[in-house]
Write a protein that binds this ligand. Structure first.
Ligand code: HXC
Length: 269
């Protein structure tokens, strides 16, 4: 191996790679996001996780803090639809943890409903949680991210690549999030900030899977996935580590789909 290659080898998953870094994650008590945060903590970061349910969020923060001795994890109860509350949350994160390097926008609403049965307020609720909530989170974090040349990750989906029935609200929301991420890539690149999406497919044991899968669909789900199995939450964490580590420094405005190839057969059984 040439010296030039050795010099530039990206130390993905190297112990302590995120030492001194701070991540703020909305939806951080959920199964996917808490695993993303857990990986970062294990590799040296401190974290602030944001959720609507105070007890659940604080309990998850306490659990995450046990992963690495000396780590600091805040659990803050905030509704991402409330911009001023997010400003306060970011301020508290920086006061208590010292800085802000990474933002993961994972808070999302979801349920199955046909357009016939989806009230205007139900559609608006998901758009507000997913799109406005993601925008609020980035907007409230922006000045801190400029200081650290930080990185943004949105947890998106693949539903909107095709016409997914029962998912008008989430499809519209995730399409908007992908678009938002591309604009942030272009506008914030000159500040050294990257913005990317991770689009999980069917991931075992998540609240999303429980809400979205009718039992008869869930039981046959593996057969419709090219890799023939559901994903694991740690596989979303692995993509997160890739993007946030130096390995991902030159990746921006992109979507990493982690779905075993599932969306290419979306709707097939
Ligand atoms: C139809 C529903 C509904 C349902 C709520 N609503 N649940 N309509 N079917 N199952 C309607 C309500 O009747 C109401 O409309 C409106 O939505 C707002 O409901 P509220 O409960 O008042 O609002 P709120 O608590 O703000 O939000 C509700 C929620 C949210 C959007 C349902 O609590 C939620 O989704 N939580 C789940 C979080 C979650 O699972 N996150 C992981 C997502 S996984 P009316 O007209 O009656 O006022 C994910 C992955 C996507 O996103 C990709 C997967 C492949």
């Amino acid at each position: 191996m040439s010296a030039a290659i050795k010099k530039h080898m990206s130390p993905i998953w190297a112990p302590g790679i995120f030492e001194g870094k701070v991540v703020l994650c909305t939806g951080g008590a959920g199964s996917i996001c808490s695993t993303q945060v857990a990986a970062l903590i294990l590799l040296g970061a401190n974290a602030s996780i944001i959720g609507r349910r105070k007890d659940v969020t604080e309990a998850k923060a306490a659990e995450l803090q046990t992963l690495r001795s000396g780590s600091k994890v805040l659990g803050i109860s905030t509704d991402v639809r409330d911009y001023s509350a997010l400003v306060t949350t970011v301020k508290r994160t920086v006061e208590e943890l010292g800085r802000l390097d990474y933002v993961i926008c994972g808070a999302a609403g979801n349920f199955l409903a046909t357009v016939d049965n989806l009230s205007v307020n139900a559609f608006k609720s998901v758009i507000d949680i997913d799109v406005l909530g993601s925008y609020n989170t980035v907007k409230a974090s922006l000045e801190e991210l400029k200081k650290t040349r930080g990185k943004i990750i949105f947890v998106s989906a693949t539903l909107h690549y095709t016409g997914s029935p029962f998912q008008a609200h989430v499809s519209a929301a995730k399409a908007a999030i992908d678009a938002l991420s591309r604009v942030l890539c272009v506008e914030l690149g000159p500040y050294g900030i990257t913005s990317n999406c991770i689009a999980p497919g069917p991931i075992a044991g998540t609240e999303g899977m429980a809400r979205l899968s009718r039992p008869e669909v869930a039981s046959g789900a593996e057969r419709a996935i090219p890799i023939q199995r559901l994903g694991h939450v740690h596989e979303i964490a692995d993509a997160t580590i890739y993007l946030l580590s130096p390995a991902g420094d030159y990746v921006s405005g992109d979507v990493i789909v982690v779905d075993g190839g599932a969306w290419h057969r979306q709707g097939a059984s």
